[in-house]
Design a binder for this molecule. Structure first.
Ligand code: CTP
Length: 401
């Protein structure tokens, strides 16, 4: 469950901060990529070096001392989960009030990932109505709370308020990550443009970068799905996804035909070549042999094939890259290929589609519902696509996790 997950470990200034070291080690042992974020208070109790050595990741402490100009949004946006252990009364109050005072509170406010807080404080503080009201507020917003335990507290007192044991915290993190309507679903995503060989060195290719497909795969994995990415490109593998590398339309068709019958969701984001040379020359075609006459044949329409054999309950999503008559062309592809959803993008518009980091799309459902998503980053497009898939599957809309 934790393998490849990116977890922000927030550590605040309580004596129990030393136990965060053990939480960090257990998360790392379970395969998670841990990004420690310490408050100024935490540094009185535990050294940066300890956490950064265990996490193999520099500890983040400030909004201002990083090369990246906006670490608070970047950390929150890229996290699969944020766990704060220990969470002091002060941190809980700031988070409940929506107060951004430091990197950790900024990160908590700038994330859509699930958040787990693990309070630790003296019994009197834990039982104070203000603290309990903040806990209730956070719970009502979907924040997961790992209750403190009873036991020996700092100073020798015995009572309620001791940080939960590291193994309890890690188990809570695992449980949260396995929740939600996407947990356990198998999502297959194709990405990138196919390359059809002309000879041993030349190919027919297209301008697809694969970025939109990778963003969809990353988002599905972050929501807890098992994701297989059938890809022609060499981009960083999103955490929690398995990549099957292919090059040609024929190879992509073979892999998808095998995977699709048992998949819950198939998203065909790849730009498949429509034509390929009938036969690739074995060696390299030499210039002195004259200009080659390349005879083309159509490739199989993979998506239409998947639509024709779609199992009951599967949601099949296609893309339509158009330069004119966007909605009419997309609607016709939706019907012809028997899709549940088509993502239509006008690739002639500025900042849209191929090779950009941004996209603007219209989501057309088979039942006629249409939703326009104006120009935004490809991960946000991915969220909109997956939210619509959730709606089609009949589930309540859930925020990205
Ligand atoms: N597609 C496919 N196999 C093909 C061609 C396209 O699976 N041989 C899929 C694409 O992955 C995309 C959808 O079909 O999800 C629409 O692709 P697009 O290129 O927009 O449409 P085409 O059907 O190829 O029609 P045209 O090129 O004429 O617009």
């Amino acid at each position: 469950m934790l393998a490849g997950k990116r977890i922000v470990l927030g550590v605040t200034g309580g004596i129990a901060a030393y136990k965060a070291v053990e939480v960090c080690r257990r998360l790392v042992d379970a395969g998670a990529h841990v990004v420690p974020v310490m408050t100024a208070g935490a540094e009185h109790f535990v050294g940066r070096t300890t956490l950064s050595a265990l996490a193999s990741e520099p500890v983040q402490t400030s909004l201002w001392n990083e090369a990246s100009p906006i670490p608070h949004t970047r950390l929150g946006q890229t996290a699969d989960l944020i766990v704060v252990a220990p969470a002091t009364a002060r941190l809980l109050a700031a988070y409940a009030a929506g107060l951004s005072t430091d990197l950790l509170t900024n990160t908590l406010l700038a994330t859509r990932a699930p958040v787990v807080v693990c309070p630790a404080m003296h019994t009197e503080m834990w039982e104070h109505p203000a603290v309990q009201a903040n806990i209730a507020t956070l719970r009502s917003r979907g924040v997961h709370v790992v209750e403190p335990e009873s036991g020996r507290l700092a100073g020798g007192d015995i009572g309620h308020g001791r940080l939960a044991a590291p193994e309890v915290i890690v188990a809570a993190v695992e449980q949260v990550l396995s929740q939600g309507p996407w947990a356990g679903l198998h999502v297959v995503v194709s990405a990138g443009g196919t390359r059809e060989p002309i000879d041993a060195v030349r190919v027919i290719a297209n301008r697809s970068s694969g970025k939109q497909g990778y963003a969809i795969a990353a988002e599905a994995a972050a929501r807890g799905a098992r994701v297989t990415l059938v890809s022609t490109v060499d981009l960083p593998v999103p955490p929690g996804t398995e990549v099957q590398a292919v090059e040609t339309a024929a190879q992509m068709e073979a892999v998808l035909t095998e995977l699709a019958p048992t998949a819950d969701v198939v998203v065909m984001a790849a730009a498949v070549a429509d034509f390929r040379p009938v036969a690739a020359a074995e060696g390299k075609i030499k210039k002195h042999d004259g200009v080659p006459q390349i005879v083309l044949e159509p490739t199989p329409d993979i998506l239409a094939g998947l639509g024709a054999t779609k199992p009951q309950g599967q949601v099949l999503v296609g893309f339509a890259a158009e330069t004119s008559d966007l909605l009419a062309n997309a609607q016709s592809k939706l019907e012809r290929k028997r899709l549940d959803l088509i993502v239509a993008n006008d690739v002639a518009a500025p900042g849209v589609g191929f090779q950009h980091d941004t996209n603007a799309v219209t989501l057309l459902r088979a039942d006629g519902v249409a939703h326009h998503v104006p120009l935004t980053d490809k991960r946000s497009i991915a969220r909109a696509v997956l939210d619509t898939v959730s709606e089609i599957r009949g589930e309540a809309h859930t925020p990205a996790t």
